[in-house]
Design a protein around this ligand. Sequence first.
Ligand SMILES: Nc1ncnc2c1ncn2[C@@H]1O[C@H](COP(=O)(O)OP(=O)(O)OP(=O)(O)O)[C@@H](O)[C@H]1O
Ligand SMILES: [Mg+2]
Length: 322
Amino acid sequence: MKDEVLIDIKDVKKHFPLSKKWFAEKKYVKAVDGVSFSIKKGETFGLVGESGCGKSTTGRLINGLIKADSGEINFKGKNLANISEKDWKKYRKPMQMVFQDPYASLSPRMKVKDILLEPLKIHYPKMPNDEKKKLITELMDKCGISEFHLEKYPHEFSGGQRQRIGIARSLILRPELIIADEPVSALDVSIQSQILNLMKDLQEEFGLTYLFISHDLSVVEHISDRVGVMYLGNLVEIARKRQIFEDPKHPYTQALLSSIPQPDPKKKRETIVLTGEIPSAANPPSGCKFHTRCPAAMEICRKIVPELKQLGREQYTACHLY
Ligand SMILES: Nc1ncnc2c1ncn2[C@@H]1O[C@H](COP(=O)(O)OP(=O)(O)OP(=O)(O)O)[C@@H](O)[C@H]1O
Ligand SMILES: [Mg+2]
């Protein structure tokens, strides 16, 4: 089914306590502060925004690595936000993560073959060894790692190859959703596109759905169908990729885009320089959190939080200009 929604999150919040001292005034970092979006089966949803805006926290909430304070996390129509740790285990198999630094997530003392074997042993203890081996070699081959590399250790590979191994490991249990958190951010630009192309090929082959997290809009442009732009714990714009890149509505999206170098002078965008630092997520500005840096800020922006409004068929923005 083409329009089947795989993941649908509604008004999800995660506030981390800032001070553990009992006598201090309780302060919270509003890492995720009421986020809603959905991802259709087979789609790639790119989540972008500056450092600290809550992208990784959103990914970890969806994956169940951390629990939401409130809101719904619906996976295939079932709300996972309040289920027990034991029940979460069932849903971890169809949801897997790929991280920025595969070196940190691959055990240095394990051979590559054992890194891939481990999840199979846990989830399919009765599977015969030769079948396990076949699954591993076939998958590694699809990820561009040949069989003779299976006896090697992670440190014997380059960064790009290690990310191929990380991707293979995320796919060994045949998940439906991959949450990729900055999967190419640590790689050289030339290697980045190889990994992005590999991810696209694997998506087609296995019918995967991606939540693709990156601070880099040009990386997201490469791979996404739709894009969500985050600022200080909120989504400020959601739209199809083309709309985001050709006709962005939110001043923050416009500013992010204008900072991407544009080689074609005809496509050159007006440069919007954001003034001021990103405010702290522990003490965000009132009203629209972006008003302190927004070139189009009005009086209302200081006072009233803008709702995410639908502007076009698939374009939503949270801004008082509309
Ligand atoms: N476990 C935690 N305890 C306390 N604060 C946290 C925790 N995890 C994240 N934060 C804070 O929540 C906010 C959002 O962090 P998050 O890692 O989600 O941002 P991000 O968008 O992924 O940033 P980056 O681009 O740097 O990876 C930050 O202010 C961060 O310091
Ligand atoms: Mg992050």
